[in-house]
Design a protein around this ligand. Structure first.
Ligand SMILES: Nc1ncnc2c1ncn2[C@@H]1O[C@H](COP(=O)(O)OP(=O)(O)OP(=O)(O)O)[C@@H](O)[C@H]1O
Ligand SMILES: [Mg+2]
Length: 251
């Protein structure tokens, strides 16, 4: 992992009507790292991810990915540049098999990495294997439990062959064992060279996988640093973590 910034945001701001969901946030995502994004409900985490992935436009500020300005680009263009994401609320194509769902991702992969339909099905099979869904690739998406849908969502994003992967609460609703397996999987994906931004409320998980953490509160960045630095930051403890975690006694 180097210090080179893959994604840089400056003065990133988004209003919804009169409500400032994200205000004047400066951040960088370094090439090869796992960056955790934490903060209370409504802090602006998903909104920031929506801005990065081009789902909604910035009200103010700018973002640059690998030297290219993201302002004005839609989700399609952003995906083509190599930024893939999962959604907090998972919505697979219910009538399609897992393999078909993921193959769609492979067909529309990053610039120069997209493949024709038949080959996309091969890529889909490989990616489903990676996330542990290989034995179910012909099942339909609506037959899956929450935990498996989250894995499908991850597979769909991975099929895009991203350089930057944005994960929004992929651990929500999972049990401890499922969380541990997902942590391993995220580490494997990161080790394969994919830079990752992860939003998560499961503190032990985010502390374990993140190289650095950015903390949002009411749309503003209130802290950033290593997991240890953030965990003992007074503002973070007051706004979000509470005393017990801040003193290292667990979540
Ligand atoms: N499409 C929208 N229209 C209007 N307001 C919105 C919209 N999306 C988000 N907001 C508001 O922006 C603020 C930030 O919301 P956001 O979903 O980014 O928070 P979050 O940090 O992801 O929270 P959570 O941990 O609950 O997922 C909230 O006040 C929310 O109500
Ligand atoms: Mg959210």
């Amino acid at each position: 992992m180097g210090d080179r910034a893959l994604l840089v945001g400056r003065g990133v701001t988004r209003y919804f009507g009169g409500v400032a969901a994200v205000t004047d946030v400066d951040f960088e995502v370094r090439e090869g790292e796992v960056l955790g994004l934490i903060g209370p409900n409504g802090a602006g985490k998903t909104t920031l991810m929506n801005l990065i992935s081009g789902l909604i436009p910035l009200s103010k500020g700018e973002m640059v990915f690998d030297g290219r300005r993201l302002n004005g680009l839609g989700p399609w263009d952003v995906a083509r540049l190599g930024i893939a994401r999962t959604f907090q609320i998972v919505k697979p194509f219910a009538g399609m098999t897992l393999r078909e769902n993921v193959a769609l991702g492979a067909m529309f992969a990053r610039e120069g990495r997209g493949v024709p339909a038949r080959q996309a099905l091969e890529v889909a099979a490989e990616v489903l294997e990676t996330v542990g869904l290989g034995d179910r690739m012909n099942a339909h998406a609506n037959e899956l439990t929450i935990a498996l849908r989250k894995r499908l969502e991850l597979a769909r994003a991975l099929a895009l062959k991203p350089r930057l992967l944005l994960l929004d609460e992929v651990m929500a609703g999972l049990n401890l064992k499922e969380i541990e397996r997902l942590i391993e999987l995220i580490r494997t994906i990161n080790a394969s060279g994919v830079t990752i931004v992860v939003i998560e409320h499961v503190m032990k998980a985010i502390m374990a996988i993140s190289h650095r953490i950015v903390v949002l509160h009411y749309g503003r960045k209130i802290a950033e640093g290593t997991p240890e630095e953030v965990a003992r930051d007074e503002r973070v403890i007051t706004a979000y973590l509470g005393r017990r975690f801040g003193q290292g006694k667990g979540a």
